[in-house]
Ligand binder design. Structure first.
Ligand code: MN
Ligand code: MN
Length: 298
């Protein structure tokens, strides 16, 4: 596998940065500070962020990243999911951890981690993904909690985070496939409490964007902006925080609005638990082998 070294390197950085984020006391910090800090760590270690660091609080399961100068402050009662992506030349490692400064959530956090460990324990080439979904669901429900049914892990390819194949967090009848040797997959159970719906819905907030089409817009400024975005991010997601280094914020927002309207750029809405219950997440990126699996983000 030609690109194995890049995956191992991306995985090592992602893992170190995740642990860096996990072991800090984020209480009293703003989400801007945390995002910038974590992304700077990635760059310091020689990687590039594969997507804006996700800092999703409480009932937000995923896809929140700080806006420029985001004033949201982390409280000692919050549950914070930190989802980190690192790429080396487009080869991506994706990993997440949940932190809380209130010990009453620790059991929930441990359950997500255990579900992930159990899933990785059976993952190798030819493992049916329905078996992975089954073991994740079983582990979570055994402790009286619920998996989020409509969030899943995914295959990864160069410069593509969601490369088309889903790794379910529940057992489902019907379509399944087997893991392939030397393909790359993220496994990421999301867990909520038993009074949660176990389903997420799209929220109104959209802070993460990606290029959908490079078709010209007939608006010269918008075309230049699109070219700038392509040169910087290719098919990878980006945040307004990253753009305001080169563009004035008001101008960037207006150009982004134009590109969204013309469907050159799409936005990823935040995903919120249906009964507004706490959601926790754990995630690793793996490369299945014949008789075991390599966890590149261990
Ligand atoms: Mn992730
Ligand atoms: Mn992922």
């Amino acid at each position: 596998m030609d690109n194995f070294e890049n995956y191992i390197k991306a995985g090592k950085i992602a893992s170190e940065v995740r642990e860096y984020a996990r072991t800090q006391d984020h209480t009293g910090r703003t989400l801007s500070e945390i995002c910038n800090d974590v992304e700077n760590e990635i760059i310091k270690k020689g990687g590039e962020p594969a997507f804006p660091v996700n800092v999703s609080l409480n009932d937000i399961a995923a896809h929140y990243t700080a806006v420029p100068n985001d004033p949201t402050v982390v409280k000692n009662t919050d549950v914070l999911k930190i989802d980190v992506g690192v790429h080396i030349d487009g080869y991506i490692a994706d990993t997440a951890v949940t932190v809380s400064f209130d010990s009453k959530y620790q059991d929930l956090i441990d359950i997500a981690q255990r579900a992930l460990d159990e899933a990785i324990g059976i993952a190798r080439s030819n493992t049916r993904v329905s078996d992975i979904g089954r073991i994740i669901e079983k582990t979570i429900t055994k402790y009286g909690c619920k998996p989020i049914q409509n969030l899943s892990g995914h295959s990864l390819e160069r410069y593509t985070i969601h490369a088309g194949q889903s790794i379910p967090n529940i057992w489902t009848i019907g379509h399944s496939f087997n893991l392939s040797v030397n393909n790359v997959y993220a496994i990421e159970p999301f867990v909520t409490t038993k009074d949660g719906q176990g389903i997420v819905y799209e929220g109104k907030v959209k802070n993460i964007f990606g290029i959908a089409s490079r078709k010209r817009t007939k608006d010269q400024r918008a075309d230049e902006f699109l070219e700038y975005l392509w040169n910087k991010f290719k098919t990878l997601p980006f945040a307004l925080r990253w753009v305001v280094k080169d563009y004035e914020e008001k101008e960037a927002l207006s150009l982004l609005e134009t590109l969204l309207k013309k469907k050159n750029v799409h936005a990823y809405p935040i995903l919120v638990e249906g009964s507004n219950r706490i959601v926790v997440q754990a995630e690793h990126t793996i490369i299945p082998q014949e008789s075991n699996t390599i966890t590149i983000t261990k």
